[in-house]
Design a protein. Structure first.
Length: 254
C-alpha cells in the first residue's frame, strides 16, 4: 500500500474500511493467510498517517470470532480507526443460504449495546435492519438507501446498490460500458418502484413494524428474510434499561 502513497493522497478518498475478521492468529486462520492481521493493522496506521479522514474497520462476526469481539475492537481502536462496523454473514456467494445463528446475532447486538454505553466506537451495519428500541443506539437510525441515495462502484467496474452486494447478479451496469449517470438514473428500478421488500414472509406482512422496517436489509431479505428484531428486543429486555419493554409483543410468537 505504501507504494501507492502519492496516488492515495491525490484521490482524496473520504472513507476507507479495512476488513478485520478475527484477533491476530484467529484473523489469519479465517482469512487463510498467515501474517494478514499485522498487514491490516499496518494499513490502518498508514492510512491515518497520510490523512485519510475516516479510517474504519469492518468485521464479519462468525462462530470463530464471536467471543473475541472485545479484543478485536480494542486493538483495532489502538491502531487508529475512527469507525468500526460489525456485519452479519452475507447470505450470498459461498455463504448463500447460510447465515449467523440467532445466538450469534444476539451476542453481537448485546456486545455493541454495552460497548457503546461505555464509549467504545463500534456499531452494527445497516444489514441488521430496524432494531426496535435499540435502533439509533447501535448505529445511526436504520435506513436502507440501496438505489435511493447510495451506490457503490466495485473493483471490476460493476455498480451495486451497496458494497455487500458484490455478486454479478446484483449489478445495475458497468462503468466500462455505460456512464455512471446513465446507470444511476436508469438502473435500480426494483428498489425505487417499491419501498418494501418483495416476497415478504407472512409474518413480515402481518408485522406491526413493517412500515418502519420496510422489510429490513434488501440483501438479507432477498435471500432468507432473516429478522434481527427479536434478538434486539431480547437484549433490550434483559438490559433492564427500558421501562415498559415487557409491553412489546414477543416477536418470536408472531
Amino acid at each position: 500500500m505504501r507504494d501507492y502513497e502519492e496516488q492515495l493522497k491525490k484521490a482524496k478518498i473520504e472513507t476507507i474500511l479495512v476488513s478485520i475478521d478475527g484477533f491476530r492468529d484467529n484473523h489469519d486462520k479465517i482469512r487463510d493467510k498467515p501474517g494478514s492481521y499485522e498487514k491490516c493493522l499496518d494499513a490502518i496506521k498508514f492510512l491515518k498517517e497520510i490523512g485519510t479522514p475516516t479510517v474504519g474497520a469492518s468485521t464479519v462476526y462468525l462462530p470463530d470470532n464471536i467471543d473475541l469481539l472485545d479484543k478485536i475492537v480494542d486493538e483495532v481502536a489502538l491502531a487508529g480507526v475512527n469507525r468500526h462496523r460489525l456485519q452479519a454473514i452475507v447470505p450470498e456467494g459461498r455463504s448463500k443460504g447460510k447465515g449467523n445463528s440467532k445466538e450469534e446475532v444476539k451476542k453481537a447486538i448485546e456486545y455493541v449495546y454495552h460497548a457503546r454505553k461505555n464509549g467504545v466506537n463500534v456499531e452494527v451495519c445497516e444489514a441488521h435492519g430496524w432494531l426496535g428500541p435499540l435502533d439509533g443506539l447501535l448505529r445511526a437510525t436504520f435506513f436502507c438507501g440501496v438505489g435511493l441515495n447510495t451506490a457503490c462502484i466495485m473493483q471490476n467496474g460493476d455498480v451495486m446498490g451497496c458494497s455487500l452486494m458484490d455478486f454479478p447478479e446484483h449489478s445495475e451496469g458497468n462503468i466500462k460500458t455505460r456512464s455512471i449517470k446513465d446507470i444511476w438514473f436508469n438502473g435500480f428500478q426494483k428498489y425505487r418502484s417499491q419501498s418494501i421488500l418483495p416476497d415478504l414472509k407472512e409474518e413480515c406482512e402481518d408485522c406491526d413494524y413493517l412500515e418502519t422496517c420496510r422489510g429490513g436489509c434488501w440483501l438479507h431479505g432477498m435471500n432468507d428474510n432473516f429478522c434481527f428484531l427479536p434478538m434486539a428486543i431480547d437484549v433490550a429486555r434483559e438490559s433492564g434499561d427500558f421501562p415498559g419493554i415487557d409491553d412489546i409483543e414477543d416477536m418470536e410468537e408472531k
